[in-house]
Ligand binder design. Structure first.
Ligand code: GLU
Length: 295
């Protein structure tokens, strides 16, 4: 029992829920329930151009068919613009954010390659060259190590300025960036435990940087192995992952994927019985150190 545990699953509605996302949903749900905690669903439908019409409802429907429903009303990022605006305003007032006029091409040409593509070289940090118009907002970073202890991946340390660079919090198309939105919403929903895919492991220091600037609490993090296909690519809409088929067999496969070693006689159980077993026997440490598994 962890007092006040609040966890969440935060899908982006870019397509139907596939096996990898279902596994992440189940893991976050089991971790919350194992700790007698609250489990929430947040729809990360901020990136309207990438969202697929109908996908949000479809994901919620699939989750509920697998016995997973949010304990509180689902939060939609598309309705949270004013909260993100306030956070950006706070950063501006602290002189921690600045307008950037660089194009993708310019950044590519002038940047060193970092862990997630080009490291922004800080071109606009001290002002925009005259005649240029800044549309995106970046947050200033520094080169102090941001360190956290991930429950599965161990100690992670990142020097954001040299490994990522000042990063975008509001895009040139005026959409708020994932990094800002996730921090504002995890705080608004008072999330104490984040359980999500290891593809986001190296985003966490950026989120912690924003939490510190905005005076928000840092949740506890656990980054799960992501499901990859035979080519080692993360299952996603881009890799044409199939929607998760609603059946006890799929749930059993999720528990196998999560290395929970479900007993064989659970194979013939209902989805609810499987979840009840898995909640009691939840052992996330079986996933320690793994960043991906073949699905
Ligand atoms: N919406 C993100 C995704 O689907 C997950 C964000 C998070 O869990 O922090 O990849």
């Amino acid at each position: 029992m962890t007092a006040g545990y609040r966890g969440r699953f935060a899908p982006s509605p870019t397509g139907p829920l596939h096996f990898g996302s279902l596994a992440a949903a189940v893991a976050s749900y089991l971790d919350a329930r194992h700790h007698d905690g609250i489990w929430l669903v947040r729809m990360e439908d901020l990136d309207v151009p990438r969202s697929m019409p109908g996908a949000a409802d479809d994901i919620l429907q699939t989750l509920s068919e697998f016995g997973l429903s949010s304990d509180e009303p689902v939060m939609y990022q598309s309705q949270r613009t004013s909260a993100y605006e306030m956070a950006l305003q706070q950063l501006k007032e602290m002189n921690a954010a600045y307008l950037c006029a660089c194009t993708r091409r310019e950044i590519l040409d002038s940047a060193l390659h970092g862990i997630e593509g080009p490291v922004y070289p800080g071109t606009c940090r001290n002002g925009i060259f005259s005649g240029r118009e800044g549309k995106a907002w970046r947050v200033k970073t520094n080169d102090e190590a941001v360190v956290f202890e991930d429950r599965l991946q161990g100690r992670i340390s990142q020097h954001i300025e040299s490994e990522i660079g000042d990063f975008v919090v509001r895009r040139a198309d005026q959409l708020f960036a994932y990094q800002l939105a996730v921090v504002v919403d995890d705080a608004a929903q008072q999330i104490t435990h984040v359980v999500r895919g290891a593809d986001l492991l190296y985003s966490t220091p950026r989120q912690m940087h924003l939490q510190r600037l905005l005076g928000l609490a840092t949740p506890n993090y656990m980054h799960l192995p992501v499901a990859v296909n035979g080519k080692g690519e993360k299952l996603s809409k881009q890799t044409l992952a199939r929607p998760a088929e609603q059946s006890p067999d799929t749930m059993f496969k999720v528990l196998l994927f999560l290395r929970q070693q479900p007993p064989d006689d659970l194979r013939s159980a209902s989805i609810d019985e499987m979840l009840a077993w898995a909640k009691e026997n939840w052992q996330p440490e079986k996933l320690a150190g793994f960043k991906q598994f073949a699905a």
